[in-house]
Design a protein around this ligand. Structure first.
Ligand code: CAA
Length: 301
């Protein structure tokens, strides 16, 4: 399959003029607004789609705040910030928001059916050579693609929180993803100043297959009374130079998200080594999900 951004005359994946690529990000939550931010900052026209006016305004305000933080730190000029904001528009309609996009990045909640519904709406309106990417942190790319008319143009583009700061993009090739699509997404990610790493579709990809068992073991250490959350985190920060301890990081990611990913690993590999710690299950049942609820292993009230 040939992949090219609309408005380009080339028949090969075209990444020479990065700003020619129009990008639509679906979902304006933490990851979606971060993804929209980095594409707009790198010169791409970006449309951010979310379900309500309030959600769109909230996403735009977060991007403005994070750009302002970069201006304060002198990583960006005031003019660059204004230019970035001018490249951003919002829409409440997938139909309207996706029509001219060469790349669509889906960043809606991790619910299989919700994502599939989004892809159906996207495929109904997009250009035939547009690439559809998902920011899923663990759902199989191959499984997500199996209701698509064109699974060969579907790919995982896994960003990390906070998106403007973390340099990795895990580029996940599904069973049917065309190699030209992988190559285009690798080049587009580099154009964002990120470091793309190609991986094949497998439960948790590489990032969460390695990260989540560590977080789970940290939770087991607390559950079994080996150490307090503070002490577990101190060990990993001072002994292993992690910027955040695993329990602080679990709160930052969201304990519900961690549990969902561990369940994907447990079911996907059918291996008891991925069994989620009962304490994690209990905290999620109690609604103590970390930063977003104000209480997790630590209190943020
Ligand atoms: N937008 C722009 N800049 C931001 C930002 C944002 N949202 N958040 C932080 N920053 C910048 C700050 O301006 C600051 O810049 P300087 O270095 O120039 O001062 C820098 O990031 C560090 O921020 P702070 O000083 O406020 O705080 P910190 O030093 O404690 O760092 C952190 C915060 C970057 C989050 C750091 O603790 C860290 O790297 N933690 C680990 C994060 C991580 O592992 N993320 C991946 C999670 S897993 C995931 O996302 C995927 C998944 O599938 C679960």
């Amino acid at each position: 399959m040939s992949v090219e951004p609309p408005k380009s005359s080339s028949s090969k994946p075209s990444t020479s003029s990065q700003s020619d690529l129009s990008v639509t990000v679906i979902g304006g939550g933490t990851m979606g607004n971060g993804i929209a931010h980095v594409f707009a900052q790198s010169g791409h026209p970006v449309t951010l789609v979310d379900v309500s006016k309030e959600a769109c305004e909230r996403a735009f305000a977060t991007i403005e705040k994070n750009l302002g933080r970069m201006v304060t730190k002198e990583k960006l000029t005031e003019q660059q910030m204004q230019e970035t904001l001018q490249r951003l528009s919002t829409s409440m309609s997938i139909q309207e928001g996706c029509q001219d996009a060469g790349l669509i990045v889906e960043a809606v909640p991790e619910v299989l059916q919700l994502k599939r519904d989004v892809y159906q709406d996207v495929e109904a309106v997009v250009e035939p050579n547009a690439v559809i990417a998902t920011n899923t942190s663990s759902i199989s790319i191959t499984k997500l693609a199996n209701t698509l008319k064109h699974p060969e143009r579907f790919i995982g583009m896994h960003f990390f929180n906070p998106v403007p700061v973390m340099s990795l993009v895990e580029v996940v090739k599904g069973h049917q993803t065309d190699q030209a699509v992988v190559d285009a997404v690798m080049a587009w990610s580099q154009g964002l100043g990120k470091v793309p790493v190609p991986v094949n579709d497998s439960p948790g990809f590489v990032s969460n297959r390695v990260l989540m068992p560590m977080i789970n073991e940290a939770i087991f250490s607390v559950y079994e009374g080996v150490a307090t959350p503070e002490h577990v985190d101190e060990v990993m920060k001072r002994g292993m130079a992690h910027p955040m301890g695993p329990l602080r990081l679990a709160d930052f990611i969201g304990l519900d998200v961690c549990l969902d990913i561990l369940r994907v690993l447990y079911e996907g590999f059918q291996d008891p080594k991925y069994r989620p710690c009962p304490l994690l299950v209990k905290m999620v049942d109690a609604g103590t999900l970390g930063d977003k609820t104000g209480q997790g292993f630590y209190s943020y009230k």
